[in-house]
Ligand binder design. Structure first.
Ligand code: ADP
Ligand code: MG
Length: 256
């Protein structure tokens, strides 16, 4: 339901580390129901921006608003509870646990008390647990993992593990999904599959997506809008075809 999702408004966000300005007055808006790409050379500030949006880092100044809520002072689980879920650049799944348990863990980040109750095997908690498992099975089927629910994640090929990571974020029922380099390290077949999956997350589930991506072809194919960072500053913002030919963007990528 894209209508139910307010825009994410990043306004004049600055992040300073000791002696270094990682983000310098950055603004952009992720419109509901869109795929928005955040790109830029190494060290441009993309991951820092994700860390601010997901409550991992606190901005030095500026604001991030989702509907009526100001996200900049919130902690990661509070941001997640507002419907903003993220994946990490380095996979953080539990390799010994089956796909099902990894997805349930993602889901229980919202309801930590529920997880404790389920551990104590209270009847109501058991019923809720079955409802969670049914939903997990639906999400797994959606991302093409329906037959792998019982398989330990560590036994899966890399490209499939990246889909588990996406499914785990979806298990949190987000309104906005932050994807940090979802096709990094994938072969071309896996890239195409992941791109199709991202499109269907947007189209079938109505979830907005903010994507950090190096693969320019992927950005051009997928994104409705692109924000380009360089040395912590926004140097371009617009539709992919426009941004691609912007001399400032071309220069930043060539290191001139
Ligand atoms: P990108 O993801 O675009 O490659 P980053 O956001 O990771 O860029 O980094 C932007 C800049 O901020 C880099 O110069 C990086 O070294 C610095 N930086 C990132 N995180 C920290 C941190 N926790 N402490 C100090 N400097 C950091
Ligand atoms: Mg990064």
């Amino acid at each position: 339901q894209p209508g139910g999702m307010p825009p994410l408004e990043v306004r004049d966000v600055t992040v300073r580390f000791a002696g270094l300005t990682a983000l310098d007055g950055v603004s952009f808006t992720v419109e509901p129901g869109t795929v928005h790409a955040l790109i830029g050379p190494n060290g441009a500030g993309k991951s820092t921006c994700f860390n601010v949006l997901s409550g991992v880092y606190r901005a030095t100044s500026g604001s991030v608003r989702l509907g009526g809520a100001e996200l900049t002072a919130l902690r990661p689980h509070e941001v997640a509870a507002l419907g903003v879920a993220r994946t990490f650049q380095n996979i953080a799944l539990s390799p010994r646990l089956p796909v099902r348990d990894n997805l349930l863990l993602g889901r229980h980040r919202l309801t930590r008390a529920g997880f404790v109750a389920a551990g104590l095997r209270l009847p109501r908690a058991r019923r809720e647990e079955r409802a969670h498992e049914a939903r997990i099975a639906e999400i797994a089927a959606f991302v093409g993992l329906g037959d792998l629910l019982g398989t330990p994640v560590g036994l899966l090929p890399y490209g499939v593990r990246k889909r588990v990571e996406l499914a785990r974020a979806l298990a949190m029922e987000p309104r906005l999904l932050l994807l940090d380099e979802p096709v990094a390290g994938m072969n071309s077949g896996e890239r195409v599959e992941m791109a199709e999956l991202i499109v269907s997350v947007r189209e079938s589930l109505g979830i907005s997506i903010l994507l950090v991506e190096h693969d320019m072809g992927m950005v051009m194919r997928l994104a409705d809008r692109v924000t380009v960072l360089d040395f912590g500053r926004r140097i371009a913002d617009g539709p992919p075809a426009e941004v691609q030919n912007d001399p400032k963007v071309v220069g930043a990528y060539l290191g001139t």
